[in-house]
Design a protein around this ligand. Structure first.
Ligand SMILES: Cc1cc2nc3c(=O)[nH]c(=O)nc-3n(C[C@H](O)[C@H](O)[C@H](O)COP(=O)(O)O)c2cc1C
Length: 336
């Protein structure tokens, strides 16, 4: 009698590596941006923009979860603090094919604080633990937390350890640490990414004190050489603004950080590979700038770079033939 085959695992893809990731960024890391970034690196783990539980449960869930399979490995970031809601959203994420679900405990905006979302949750470690536990009970994919090293009024190292310890006890194994505190009153989200000083030493101490946990470093990292150096201490690195403003930094991630032998993609090849995606987006009624606004950062550091950006950010709004304009921009990337 043939042996009964085991039930297929819920998520047959291997757990993605968090050795290198691109940060969740509202309005920036949308599905078009992620599709483009994936062309530059196969291995980078990509995060969505934060989606609140309210938006997913009471809004157009399909729109918020939409992605292309080419984007994998892909993590959905959630904002919320009601365990049952987060659990329901984690399930939606798993069912939609995401590789990981991440809880935002780092966003300092007033708007989210009023709803108990983001960095203010660092003051409520037991609640974050309850959230993580509820999410983990609902899904098989990893549940991770992205947080700061503190918030004003709760910024001692002991309090950081208390937070991480309680969330670990609830079952979380991977923490992405934006290595600065958030100041919850008086600073804009942008200022909160610039003014509180970066404290890699505090994040490193956390790794030393919680060696069993996966600790990913985030904040202010710009080059792959810096990534290599941080990977001596940390399990992974996450890049935000640099990956967006200078996306070509991703082009050697696979070779330098994952040991890939594949040849490094050129800017011009990346654009050529993006062209069919843009054509399909146009054919479905979309506008080219939805996609190309994310690739302006490819245009820097070579003659014609300014023209490249101008074509895709200014001329694009006047053009009747967007693909011809794209080809004109592509010509400026020849040999780059
Ligand atoms: C435009 C923008 C939007 C952001 N949105 C989010 C978000 O939705 N969720 C989140 O956890 N962090 C968000 N962040 C913070 C980044 O994920 C990251 O922690 C921060 O930019 C520090 O990393 P970096 O110095 O590499 O940019 C955002 C940052 C930027 C610039």
């Amino acid at each position: 009698m043939p042996l009964e085959s085991a039930a297929p695992p819920v998520n047959p893809r291997p757990e993605p590596s968090r050795r290198f990731s691109v940060a969740p960024m509202m309005d920036w890391t949308d599905r078009h941006c992620r599709y483009f970034l994936r062309l530059l690196s196969r291995n980078a783990l990509l995060y969505t923009e934060m989606v609140t539980t309210g938006a997913l449960l009471h809004g157009d869930a399909e729109r918020f979860l939409r992605h292309d399979e080419a984007e994998y490995p892909l993590a959905l970031q959630l904002g919320g603090s009601v365990p049952a809601d987060l659990a329901a959203c984690a399930k939606l994420a798993q069912d939609a094919g995401y590789d990981e679900v991440n809880l935002n405990v780092g966003c300092p905006s007033d708007r989210v604080q009023n709803n108990m979302i983001g960095a203010c949750l660092m003051g409520h470690p037991a609640l974050v633990g309850d959230c993580v536990k509820a999410m983990q009970d609902a899904v098989q994919i990893p549940v991770t937390v992205k947080h700061r090293i503190g918030i004003n009024g709760r910024d001692s190292y002991a309090e950081l350890c208390d937070f991480v310890g309680q969330v670990r006890d609830a079952g979380c194994r991977s923490f992405t640490v934006h290595a600065r505190i958030a100041i919850l009153e008086g600073l804009s989200p942008k200022e909160n990414r610039e003014i509180p000083p970066l404290r890699y030493d505090v994040a490193a101490q956390l790794k030393a004190d919680f060696p069993e946990l996966e600790i990913i470093l985030n904040g202010g990292i710009k080059t792959l050489a810096e990534c290599q150096a941080h990977l001596q201490t940390f399990d992974g690195v996450m890049l935000g603004r640099e990956a967006y403003h200078n996306p070509y930094v991703l082009a050697e991630v696979d070779q330098q950080l994952f040991g890939s032998q594949a040849s490094v993609i050129s800017r011009s090849e990346a654009l050529a590979q993006l062209r069919p995606y843009i054509a399909a987006h146009l054919a479905s009624g979309g506008a080219m700038h939805h996609v190309t606004r994310h690739i302006l950062g490819l245009g820097q550091g070579f003659p014609g770079a300014r023209k490249f950006r101008q074509l895709l950010s200014v001329d694009i709004h006047k053009s009747k033939d967007p693909l011809a304009l794209l080809d004109q921009a592509g010509a400026l990337l020849q040999g780059r």
